[in-house]
Design a protein. Structure first.
Length: 337
């Protein structure tokens, strides 16, 4: 009998923690039976920090706490690529860093963190073009810069995932797929996120069409959904801090059931490709934002993460995709959460 398609479930640890402490994050995930988490914001005793700001002693302390709970890092949830493409005052608060400096400092730091936490995946983005300009005009510069980031990651035996998100050059499936095609590097994949499309004013069918365009380049998915108000489509520049209609994956307008039904046939091939790069499988990474979300993060609480996990597993059960939660003792995989 053929092995059914399977994904690995993980989530952003800080989404589950009221104070974002490592202990809270790991306790919440362990209670849900999740073995993997993505590392973004965490407090290991010196206040809440982005993963990029962790010191060597904090990394060591965090690794010890991971071991206590049997946790593993799915990806480094870095903000790489969430900086201005050009040094232009466009009315936003996004910062600009000269790219050569950015590549040597922050990109290299992200690679070092991935090795420190024994993950092969770094989440990143496609840069902010000047507000009000056509993102297609900036694709050549983005391709050039991402190609250099890809090579740094590749030399470190890592894979860089480009997340689709509003206001960045790669804000639609069509844009992100074209960026991926032109970068044409084995260390670059894309990350699908339905809510990040719907919140821009696209409907369920348009979201599915963007997924289909991205599909050949997808390396993993972030799972959150959005229940869009009736607006003119698309809305243009998105005020991310004003977004407030995030919902579980079985309640929103992304159409995850349709998307995952189609994605199921891709899973065996994708899993093989990822494993050749040292990645354990295809991650579906929960980032629900059920109690709020913005430009650099979100919050669901331990209760919200439980709701989000149940919503996702209901969809997976419906479409017939097996899912791995943990490897604790004899517990290998769970269906029917």
């Amino acid at each position: 009998m053929a092995t059914p398609p399977r994904v690995i479930l993980s989530g952003f640890g800080d989404e589950a923690a009221i104070h974002k402490t490592a202990y809270e994050q790991f306790a919440a995930f362990a209670a849900l039976g999740l073995q993997y988490y993505s590392l973004r914001f965490v407090d290991v005793g010196n206040g809440v920090k982005n993963v990029m700001e962790l010191t060597k002693s904090e990394i060591t302390k965090l690794r010890h706490q991971e071991d206590e709970f049997g946790m593993n890092v799915a990806s480094i949830g870095s903000p790489i690529g969430k900086v201005k493409l050009q040094d232009i005052d466009d009315g936003t608060k996004n910062r600009f860093v000269p790219f050569k400096k950015y590549l040597k400092s922050e990109v290299q730091k992200a690679c070092e963190l991935a090795h420190a936490f024994e993950t092969k995946l770094i989440r990143g983005f496609s840069f902010y073009h000047p507000k009000g300009t056509d993102p297609w005009e900036h694709v050549p510069q983005v391709v050039d810069q991402l190609g250099q980031i890809a090579e740094v990651c590749h030399r470190s035996d890592l894979t860089f995932g480009l997340e689709i998100e509003a206001n960045l050059v790669g804000q639609t499936g069509q844009l992100l797929a074209e960026i991926h095609r032109q970068v044409n590097h084995p260390a670059v994949v894309t990350i699908f996120d339905g809510a990040n499309i719907v919140c821009q004013g696209y409907d369920t069918q348009q979201t599915y069409e963007q997924y289909r365009v991205m599909k050949p380049s997808i390396g993993w998915m972030h799972v959150k959904d959005y229940l869009a108000p009736k607006v003119d489509r698309p809305v243009g520049h998105v005020d991310e801090d004003a977004l407030s209609n995030f919902v579980p994956a079985d309640e929103g307008d992304s159409g995850y059931a349709q998307i995952l039904t189609d994605f199921k046939d891709e899973l065996p091939r994708l899993e093989k490709r990822l494993k050749r790069r040292g990645i354990p499988g295809v991650f579906l990474d929960l980032e629900p934002h059920l109690k709020g979300g913005g430009q650099y993060g979100g919050f669901s609480g331990p209760d919200g993460m439980s709701v989000a996990l149940r919503g996702l597993t209901r969809v997976l059960d419906f479409v017939g995709i097996e899912y791995h939660l943990c490897d604790f003792g004899d517990v290998k995989a769970v269906r029917g959460f």
